[in-house]
Design a protein around this ligand. Structure first.
Ligand code: PEP
Ligand code: MN
Length: 293
């Protein structure tokens, strides 16, 4: 281990990498994340209607996604934007799981929503704006479901691990980390995908790491190429926005893939997944690289 990283992160004992380098495997429904498979989670930014979600669920399942995403509670920067369907959205997500067998990831925005969301979700999403909502993190420690913890848009990796440690200290070490782009001076993309976060997190932490290319890019044409980059640097999967008609989406339409875009992305990923599998930057390898510095 690079001595800087070791000194900086080793005190997060419940989520830091272990000396034997064995990674954690997180189970969401019957899907294993961090066990070697590249797990793709896909679906709309927000659940808008039963028809919209069921159509999307079928399309993404057919193209190889294992987990269906969709927000029922939406953290929107504007108070005038669509805030999500709430409980009705959760019920639609449950129906989609029954019809397709996909596991469900959806966001809990407040500690008061945790119990209800946990009844419907296989994986509890913490959004970028909530990464430092400590009341929420503490409640997630006892929710009985794994957690998808997104990196705060202005958070360092140390702060991300700190939040993971809080969830773990409260009883839940089934945590998946998600790099979704950070705020920089660049405005050509919505956020700057910090691709180095993936191998760094996989070295310093035992937790699985996935990438959300949609919120990093902000535009759909960049999503497939960022997805390929994620695969090659050794991510454990993706979180991708897909919508039946992105131009009509109630949130994040510009970055949402059409069904066809998504199928093409999944097909085009294949050679990159082969590279990932052949040269996966596993924690032990990175530890060895760090030690050789
Ligand atoms: C989302 O996944 O739709 C979302 C709101 O993401 P983030 O919290 O990363 O902005
Ligand atoms: Mn979104």
């Amino acid at each position: 281990m690079n001595p800087k990283w070791n000194g900086q992160f080793s005190h997060f004992d419940l989520v830091a990498s272990t000396s034997d380098g064995v990674p954690s495997v997180v189970r969401a429904g019957d899907v294993e994340i961090g066990g070697g498979d590249f797990v793709v989670m896909a679906g709309p930014c927000a659940v808008e209607s039963e028809r919209q979600l069921l159509r999307t669920a079928e399309a993404v399942a057919e193209a190889g996604a294992r987990v269906l995403r969709g927000g029922a509670y939406k953290p929107r920067s504007s108070p005038y934007a669509f805030q999500g369907l709430g409980l009705d959205g959760l019920k639609i997500l449950r129906k989609a799981r029954e019809e397709t067998g996909l596991a469900i990831v959806t966001e809990a925005m407040s500690e008061e929503d945790v119990e209800l969301v946990a009844e419907y979700a296989d994986l509890m999403q913490v959004g970028t704006r909530s990464m430092q909502n400590y009341a929420l993190l503490e409640r997630l420690g006892g929710c009985g479901r794994p957690v998808l913890l997104k990196r705060g848009m202005t958070a360092t990796l140390e702060e991300l691990l700190q939040s993971a440690q809080i969830i773990a200290m409260n009883g839940n070490s089934q945590i998946v980390l998600c790099e979704r782009g950070i705020r920089t001076f660049e405005t050509a993309t919505r956020n700057t995908l910090d691709i180095a976060a993936v191998p760094v997190l996989k070295t310093i932490s035992r937790l699985p790491v996935i990438v959300d290319p949609s919120h990093a890019a902000g535009v759909r044409c960049l999503v497939p190429v960022l997805a390929r980059a994620a695969a090659v640097v050794g991510a454990d999967g993706l979180l991708v926005e897909v919508h039946p008609s992105p131009d009509q989406a109630m949130s994040d339409g510009e970055q949402s893939l059409t069904f066809r875009n998504f199928r093409d992305m999944m097909d085009d990923l294949q050679p990159y997944l082969a590279i990932r599998d052949a040269a996966r930057l596993t924690s032990p390898q990175l530890v060895a690289m760090g030690a050789a510095d």
